[in-house]
Ligand binder design. Sequence first.
Ligand SMILES: [Zn+2]
Length: 45
Amino acid sequence: MSAYKCFMCNKTIDVNYIKKKVRCIYCGSKILFKSRETATKVIAR
Ligand SMILES: [Zn+2]
């Protein structure tokens, strides 16, 4: 399983939290990137 990291607060977010909405659960940032793979940014629209 992969996890995401918040671009703003740099906290790790479990992929389960962003299944519905791509958003940091800590600071509300919509810019996340995969922590495992090569910095793939996922930006919610
Ligand atoms: Zn955040």
